[in-house]
Design a protein around this ligand. Structure first.
Ligand SMILES: Nc1nc2c(c(=O)[nH]1)N[C@H]1C(S)=C(S)[C@@H](COP(=O)(O)O)O[C@H]1N2
Ligand SMILES: [Mo]
Length: 309
C-alpha cells in the first residue's frame, strides 16, 4: 500500500486493482493466486480517485501507457524512457513536505496528512511541454490554494518556491555533467499559486501517482510549460523575491520565470506555434495559456507577454 487510506475518503474510493478490475480478470492477469505476491508494481497499484472537479477538458485523455512511459524527470535520466525504467528506485515513504517561509503557521506535513487536507478531485487537464509535445491527463489532487491557506501567508509573501526531492543514491541522473543544479527548483508568483487551476497532485488515471510522474506529490500548472510543474515535492517556501529556478539558472537565455504557454513567443530552439499530442500523427496549433486564458489571463494584465518566456 503506497498511500494509507485517509479517513475521510470512503474505502470504496481506494480499492486494490483486483477489486475494480474484477477478480476473474485479475486472476487471469496474475496467472494464478500464487503469483500475486510477486506481481510487478503495475498490478499492485492502488486506487486513488477524486470527485469530478471543475475546469476539466472533454478532450480524449492520452492513453495511460503513454502518460507513464514518455516522461521528463531528469533526476532519472534525460531519455524519455529513462524515468519509467529507473524511477522505481525513488523512495516515496516516509515522505513529508515542509511548508515555510513567510507564513503565519509554518508546518511539516507527513504525506498521509497532506493527502487528506482537502477533498480529492479529478481534473482532466492539457499538459504542454516546451519541447513541443502535449498530452491530456486525468489528475487526482486538490487546489494548491487549499494548502497555502492553511499556513496563512504573510502580507510580505509574493512568490512561492517549490523544491523537489534530491536522493543521490536513487537518482541516477544527478551526477556531474547533467548540466543542471540539483535539487530541481521551480516557482510561481503567489497569485498564480492561489489560482484555482494550480493543482497539488497525488494520482493520475484514478491511481496513486506512478514514481516516474512525480510520486508521491507534484504540482500541475496547466497554463504553463510542463517544466514549471515540479515532481516529488519536498518543500514549499513563501518568499519575497522571485525564486531562482533550475531552468533559468541553467540557461536564462532560453528559459524564463513565467513560461506561460504562448504560441507567439518561440523558444530559441523550438517554435511554440504547434504541438504534437502524444498518440497523434499531425501537429495541432498551440493555444494561448494552453487554452486556460479565461481562468488566468487576468493574472497578467498590463504585462507585455511577448517580452516574457
Ligand atoms: N523534479 C523534476 N520535476 C519535473 C521535471 C524534472 O526533470 N524534474 N521535468 C518537468 C518537465 S520538463 C515536464 S514536461 C513535466 C513532465 O511530467 P510528466 O512526465 O508527468 O508528463 O515534469 C516537469 N517536472
Ligand atoms: Mo517539459
Amino acid at each position: 500500500m503506497l498511500i494509507q487510506r485517509p479517513t475521510d475518503i470512503p474505502s470504496s474510493e481506494i480499492t486494490p486493482r483486483e477489486h475494480y478490475e474484477g477478480r476473474r480478470a485479475f486472476l487471469r492477469n496474475a496467472a494464478g493466486l500464487a503469483l500475486a505476491t510477486t506481481l510487478p508494481r503495475a498490478f499492485a497499484a492502488d486506487r486513488l480517485t477524486g470527485r469530478p472537479g471543475p475546469y476539466s477538458t472533454t478532450e480524449t485523455p492520452t492513453p495511460f501507457k503513454n502518460v507513464t512511459s514518455y516522461n521528463n524527470f531528469y533526476e532519472f535520466g534525460t531519455d524519455k524512457a529513462d524515468p519509467a525504467a529507473n524511477a522505481h528506485r525513488l523512495r516515496t515513504r516516509p515522505w513529508s513536505v515542509v511548508v515555510d517561509g513567510l507564513v503565519q503557521k509554518p508546518r511539516t506535513f507527513a504525506i498521509e496528512d497532506l493527502l487528506r487536507l482537502a477533498p480529492l478531485e479529478e481534473r482532466i487537464y492539457r499538459h504542454r511541454c516546451v519541447e513541443g509535445w502535449s498530452m491530456v491527463v486525468p489528475w487526482t489532487g486538490f487546489p494548491l490554494a487549499a494548502l497555502l491557506k492553511q499556513v496563512e501567508p504573510l502580507g510580505s509573501a509574493r512568490y512561492v518556491e517549490f523544491t523537489t526531492a534530491l536522493q543521490r543514491d536513487t537518482m541516477t541522473g544527478v551526477g556531474w555533467g547533467s548540466g543542471l543544479d540539483w535539487p530541481y527548483v521551480e516557482g510561481l508568483r503567489l497569485d498564480e499559486a492561489m489560482n484555482p487551476l494550480a493543482l497539488l497532485v497525488f494520482g493520475l488515471y484514478g491511481e496513486v501517482l506512478p514514481n516516474q510522474n512525480g510520486a508521491p506529490v507534484r504540482l500541475i500548472v496547466p497554463w504553463k510549460y510542463g517544466f514549471k510543474s515540479g515532481k516529488s515535492i519536498v518543500r514549499i517556501r513563501l518568499v519575497e523575491q522571485q525564486p531562482q529556478t533550475t531552468w533559468v539558472k541553467a540557461n536564462s537565455r532560453e528559459y524564463g520565470f513565467y513560461s506561460n504557454v504562448n504560441p507567439e513567443v518561440d523558444h530559441p530552439r523550438w517554435s511554440q506555434a504547434k504541438e504534437r499530442r502524444l498518440g497523434e500523427l499531425f501537429k495541432r496549433p498551440t493555444q494561448m495559456f494552453n487554452g486556460y486564458g479565461d481562468q488566468v489571463a487576468m493574472l497578467y494584465t498590463g504585462m507585455d507577454l511577448r517580452k516574457y518566456f
